[in-house]
Write a protein that binds this ligand. Structure first.
Ligand code: 3PG
Length: 207
């Protein structure tokens, strides 16, 4: 199974897309695509998020769309049926990891503490999402564990923004960062699609 990083086409920041409607999902995806990025994560936290993911894939086949907030095997199956290109889980359980390992599409399992990292590695995944990154210890945590878990590579998410993303990306065990600051809830609610494009362009300039 390919690692998630191989799908990101060198994109170092992964926008988290949280939308209430399909229309919002398509508009956010278009705003991010306009900025020159073609990888996003649609978090499955609203009743229309799966439909939004499918419609984004239909209208923008060039965009690589991950399904986020995959908490269990039932959501995993729905995300795959909706057309997700990859899966992101906020946390990991042996059942979910086995399902992800047996599946066909790349997965970024979520970890917060060293025992999570060990379990995820045991299931064959070397790339993982650190969540919630800042509360988990952030840069200090990732630096402290880098020699212990030398094969693990992280996409920290949770508290990442334009001010701290470069410091995270400078770490040798970080391959990308993720976050909702690139498509904030407020901008989505107010239909400020241009702000989303601007935030992505600004993030591109930082990296
Ligand atoms: C996630 O799902 O990874 C987090 O909710 C994102 O956290 P952020 O809103 O701080 O970027």
């Amino acid at each position: 199974m390919n690692p998630v990083s191989s799908l990101l086409n060198s994109q170092l920041a992964l926008p988290l897309v949280h939308v209430d409607t399909v229309r919002e999902g398509v508009a956010v995806a278009e705003a991010i695509f306009t900025a020159g990025w073609n990888s996003i994560e649609v978090v499955l936290r609203t009743k229309n998020s799966l439909d939004a993911l499918s419609e984004i894939k239909r209208q923008f086949p060039e965009i690589t769309v991950g399904a986020g907030t995959v908490l269990n095997t039932e959501i995993y199956d729905k995300a795959c049926e909706a057309g997700a290109d990859f899966i992101v889980t906020p946390t990991a359980t042996p059942t979910l990891l086995k399902c992800c390992h047996d599946g066909d599409i790349p997965v970024l399992p979520g970890v917060m503490i060293p025992s999570d990292i060990a379990m995820v590695l045991e299931h064959g995944f070397s790339e993982m999402k650190l969540f919630p990154a800042e509360l988990a210890g952030g840069i200090a945590f990732l630096s402290a564990i880098s020699d212990v878990f030398h094969e693990a590579r992280f996409c920290p998410t949770g508290g990442i923004n334009a001010d701290n993303m470069a410091d995270y990306l400078a770490l040798k065990n970080v391959f990308a960062v993720g976050g909702s600051w690139l498509a904030s809830k407020q901008w989505v609610e107010q239909g400020q699609w241009g702000k989303i494009t601007e935030a992505c362009v600004a993030a591109k300039a930082i990296v």
